[in-house]
Write a protein of this length. Structure first.
Ligand code: FE
Length: 139
């Protein structure tokens, strides 16, 4: 991974063999980035995305292996328990240009991934909401 920062914006390249979620999470922790938005695109050989079942309050995830375009990564940075908390969703497409999308757990890059992080000066924390079963923004 390499990046360049321009004021409150970061341009990042995640390389072949690197995993997107862990790379962005480590970067935000190392750089002490607490709040912001994330967007990206690229190509991955292994992607794990999930769906949150609201009745069961649990995630169902599926792994896709092969050639996939990451047509979109969208997400945000906030904090929980004093640490950077990354929330990412992604849409991927296959050889037939069919798309699959969901909550992004993991994406291993097979070509490149281009990410823009927009840093916001501020803090928004999260706390677990028992009713929903997720870590929600707390204001
Ligand atoms: Fe999600």
């Amino acid at each position: 991974m390499e990046f360049k920062r321009f004021g409150n914006k970061v341009i990042m390249r995640i390389d072949k063999g690197e995993e997107v979620v862990g790379t962005i999470e480590k970067f935000c922790k190392d750089q002490k980035i607490a709040l912001g938005s994330i967007s990206g695109l690229g190509a991955a050989g292994r992607v794990k995305i999930g769906l949150f079942d609201v009745l069961e309050k649990k995630y169902y995830s599926k792994v896709f292996e092969g050639d996939y375009e990451i047509t979109n990564i969208t997400g945000n940075i906030s904090t929980m328990n004093g640490e950077a908390y990354i929330h990412l969703h992604a849409t991927i497409s296959d050889h037939d240009m069919h798309a699959y999308g969901g909550h992004l757990n993991e994406a291993v890059i097979c070509a490149t991934c281009e990410v823009v992080i927009d840093i916001i000066d501020g803090i928004v924390d999260r706390e677990f909401n028992d009713d929903v079963g997720l870590n929600l923004y707390k204001f």
